[in-house]
Design a protein around this ligand. Structure first.
Ligand code: 13P
Length: 252
């Protein structure tokens, strides 16, 4: 069965001290493990992964990386591989974030390789996708999302999908304060489930967690998360504040 997940993408925020303080405050709120229908994930920057993995061992909080390279090792200055992440106890990676697609030229072709590497290394993937404002205005949002999912994920075997968490993040809602309405989110999530059911099976489609991301905060989380096909959130700005993030977690 799919799980309810609240994941915080810290992006390039929080130095070591701030990262530890945020985790300390979250652990005060969530001192014991949650029931097994719910998950809390945080994605600090690479340099702070090791101490956060240490702090969160045997707690309710799981740790993800924000990106990785597709190669196992080699002459890729400044990059980090799946096996290196696994080696420090990080078993989850965010791939395909719109900031990486738009600012770091991450293409569908690169994402295919990254997904393959993460799966081979038995990592879970939070796979992000979403349309830009012009694409929505032109009525192309379903097609854009379908293409992004198809290109990176529809070559996978049914069993690979156990390692996939989807995150619909309309680009126009990221960091803008503008959120997709609960109806817009539900409509897209239901569409995603429909195309997965068509390609694979109804069962698989029912089992995939689909998160919404884009200006989700404590004040709008309940409404967004009450939709039947919205299984959680991928949170940016509001994940940097322990009270905000905790309130969102309590909404799942
Ligand atoms: P905001 O919550 O800051 O809009 O960011 C969403 C996001 O990009 C999470 O990956």
């Amino acid at each position: 069965m799919r799980k309810n997940i609240v994941a915080g993408n810290w992006k390039m925020n929080n130095d070591l001290e701030a990262s530890k303080l945020l985790i300390k405050n979250l652990l005060n709120e969530f001192p014991s493990k949650l029931d097994n229908t719910k998950r809390i994930i945080v994605a600090p920057t690479f340099v702070n992964l090791i101490p956060i993995v240490e702090m969160t061992k045997n707690t309710a909080i799981e740790v993800a990386a924000q990106n990785m390279h597709f190669a196992q090792s080699g002459a890729f200055t400044g990059e980090i591989s799946a096996s290196m992440l696994k080696g420090i106890g990080v078993n989850i990676v965010i791939l395909g974030h719109s900031e990486r697609r738009s600012m770091f030229n991450e293409t569908d072709e690169i994402l295919v390789k990254k997904v393959e590497s993460a799966l081979q290394n038995k990592m879970e993937i939070i796979f992000c996708f979403g349309e830009m404002l012009e694409e929505r205005k032109a009525g192309n949002h379903f097609k854009v999302v379908e293409d992004q999912i198809k290109k990176a994920l529809f070559n996978l075997n049914e069993s690979d999908w156990k390692q996939i968490i989807l995150a619909y993040e309309p680009v126009w809602a990221i960091g803008t304060g503008e959120t997709a309405s609960p109806d817009q989110a539900q409509e897209m999530h239901a569409f995603i489930r429909k195309i997965i059911a068509k390609k694979y099976s109804q069962e698989l489609s029912n089992d995939v967690s689909i998160l919404y991301g884009g200006s989700m905060k404590a004040s709008n989380a309940k409404e967004l998360l009450s939709n039947p096909d919205v299984d959680g959130g991928l949170i940016g700005g509001a994940a940097l504040n322990a009270d905000e993030f905790s309130a969102i977690i309590k909404s799942i």
